[in-house]
Design a protein around this ligand. Structure first.
Ligand code: GTP
Ligand code: MG
Length: 294
């Protein structure tokens, strides 16, 4: 075993993140998180069956892997509902909404192609803004050169309240936290302007922390004690202007044969947070919409 790993070099004595007052890496913690998640459903006044959550990020950063991991948690075993792979180009090319089989029946997660970095990000950003407002239909193929026009068949001219996005997950490969491409930072900031104007909450997820830290690769329990991960969170927070507590490090299940409650905990923490903010947002948004109608 690596001596640094053995001696715990690079780990803080006290965790840099304490997700809950009495947080412990125990099976009961995972079960409690799962129970809390089950209880967070849309309120009656919103008329919603499900919360809609959009994943945004660069290609290959782990958007589809994250969605597959949530699906796995939902059914209690490793499964896959969207394609994830390392191919050097965008694997996901269409805008698709995924309902989860199993327990997570209150969420629809939307997957899209990664933000282009070598091209003008404007058309992509315009499309994201339209998705946030519910104007783009499931199955739309992203064209990085141009945004959708209101004439196209995949354009929804009068979206319902339930078509809008209630929370955005910005997915970032933690090993790139120190060199986020300028086009990505620019694109995310433009998308966040629209989110702020619609009051849509954002959560950032740092994937591949097992690649950033040998401690996490050895045991996921090191995730909230590893200095490198803490620094990655701080770096992303500074560059994207997202508060550090809203940035969640994880390891997706994509490269694992199976998972246990232990590996689930960081992902369950993300799920609980995104459901809480989506619930809060949808409740406020319906009040605003109803006031406008009166
Ligand atoms: N080691 C490790 N690999 C991961 C993790 N998450 C994703 N990967 C790998 O990263 C690669 C890309 O993941 P995807 O989920 O396809 O990325 P994406 O953001 O959906 O990419 P596009 O669809 O092309 O935009 C895959 O080979 C995954 O196995 C993780 O937490 N740890
Ligand atoms: Mg993908």
């Amino acid at each position: 075993m690596d001596l640094g790993l053995y001696l715990g070099i690079g780990l803080t004595w006290n965790p840099w993140r304490v997700p809950d007052e009495n947080f412990k890496w125990k099976k009961e913690t995972a079960e409690k998180l799962q129970k809390d998640i089950d209880d967070i459903k849309p309120t009656k006044e919103t008329g919603l069956d499900k919360f809609r959550v959009l994943t945004v990020g660069l290609y290959g950063h782990g958007k589809s892997s994250l969605i597959n991991s949530f699906a796995s948690i939902s059914v209690g075993e490793k499964t896959s509902i969207c394609n994830a792979a390392s191919m050097g180009t965008n694997v996901t090319t269409h805008y698709r909404n995924f309902d989860f089989p199993g327990q997570l029946e209150q969420i629809v997660l939307s997957d899209i192609s990664g933000l282009p970095v070598k091209k003008d990000v404007h058309p992509y950003v315009e499309n994201i803004k339209l998705i946030l407002q519910g104007h783009i239909k499931h199955g739309y193929m992203f064209n990085p050169e141009k945004s959708i026009s209101s004439e196209e068949k995949d354009y929804e001219s009068s979206p319902k309240f339930s078509d809008r996005i209630h929370c955005v997950l910005i997915v970032i490969d933690s090993t790139m936290a120190y060199e986020l491409p300028a086009a990505f930072v620019y694109g995310v900031k433009r998308i966040m302007e629209t989110m702020h104007s619609m009051n849509i909450p954002v959560i950032a997820v740092l994937t591949k922390t097992d690649k950033l830290s040998p401690h996490v690769k050895y045991s996921v329990e090191s995730i909230f004690r590893c200095r490198k991960i803490q620094q990655a969170v701080q770096n992303v927070s500074k560059q994207l202007e997202i508060p550090a507590p809203k940035i969640y490090p994880v390891v997706t299940f994509e490269e694992m044969d199976h998972f246990t409650w232990r590996e689930s905990i960081p992902l369950l923490i993300v799920l609980k947070s995104l459901l809480l903010v989506a619930k809060m947002h949808s409740r406020n948004a319906i009040e605003v919409a109803q006031k406008k109608d009166n």
